[in-house]
Design a protein around this ligand. Structure first.
Ligand code: KMH
Ligand code: ZN
Length: 281
């Protein structure tokens, strides 16, 4: 059965430098403006990485809390904080992201080579993230960079139970150098592997860089949802830098409408994902 399309915007990420990508939202004001505009276009979830005063990635607790509060006050978007941070962030800081009380947080399901770096996600760390989110009423989005991450998710749910809210939602992050490629074939294999997860498991997909459009089209046709944004894509078309996150959300909305799977509202997305608003600890 097909449904509307859940559109997540990932506006900033931890990898691009503001000096290289001036349109990247890095201040709270820029993030809030982006969030409002993307919501108006059809985004329902915002996947958030924040920056410090020098526009460097940070997991500063005060800034995270301020960001969650501002997004809640200024938008109806589902606020998903990244627990992935930057590849250099220590585990303790990544776990502490949950203290900022988001609606959702990402939970990457395994270690992956990440360009020239390593994005480390040890099993015990994943278990900590999953169980703390269960205790605090935070809904995870399981980030899947490679096929084996789905096997790890099956193991996690088998040993530690369903996430808070009972609904399992995964996001295929494709085309990272070191992870699964951003191809129809890889998406079909990942989609097939969802059979081993609880019935009703939903998925989004995002293709990094030039894999953005093939992954978007493949996901829509497989009944999946979409993540778009400057965390993953800074080139709109060959030789044409992305001007804003709105441009990417507008394109995703257009494709979703063509597929006759229009964007879900934030309220519809909350229902799909089993989200109840959490209190900050
Ligand atoms: N920045 C990457 C190292 C997530 O947000 O959970 C990790 C990442 C995944 O972006
Ligand atoms: Zn991220």
């Amino acid at each position: 059965m097909t449904t509307g399309t859940l559109i997540t915007v990932a506006p900033t990420g931890a990898e691009s430098a503001k000096s290289d990508v001036p349109a990247l939202p890095v201040t709270l004001d820029e993030l809030l403006l982006t969030a409002k505009e993307c919501e108006a276009l059809g985004a329902a979830v915002i996947h958030v990485h924040i920056r410090d005063d020098e526009a460097r990635p940070t997991l500063d607790q005060g800034r995270l809390r301020e960001t969650v509060a501002a997004l809640r006050e200024g938008t109806d978007l589902i606020v998903q904080l990244s627990s992935g941070g930057a590849v250099t962030d220590p585990e303790a800081d990544r776990l502490a992201v949950l203290d900022a009380g988001p609606d959702m947080a990402s939970c990457t399901m395994g270690t992956v080579n990440f360009g020239d770096d390593v994005f480390l996600n040890r099993w015990e760390f994943i278990v900590d993230l999953h169980t703390r989110m269960q205790e605090r009423g935070i809904v995870p989005e399981y980030e899947i960079f490679d096929l084996g991450h789905l096997t790890s998710l099956q193991r996690l749910l088998g040993k530690y139970g369903l996430p808070f809210g009972g609904h399992v939602h995964v996001d295929f992050v494709m085309g990272v150098p070191g992870g699964m490629p951003g191809t129809l074939q890889a998406l079909a294999a990942a989609h097939q592997a969802l059979r081993d997860l609880p019935e009703g498991t939903t998925f989004s997909a995002t293709g990094v860089g030039r894999t953005t459009i093939p992954v978007l089209l493949a996901s829509l046709s497989a009944g999946g949802h979409l993540r778009v944004g400057m965390e993953d894509t800074i080139t709109y078309a060959k030789g044409q830098p992305v001007e804003s996150n709105m441009q990417l959300v507008a394109r995703a909305v257009g494709f979703a409408q063509l597929a006759q799977r229009p964007p879900l509202t934030a309220a519809e997305a909350r229902e799909l994902l089993g989200i109840q608003r959490t209190a900050v600890a």
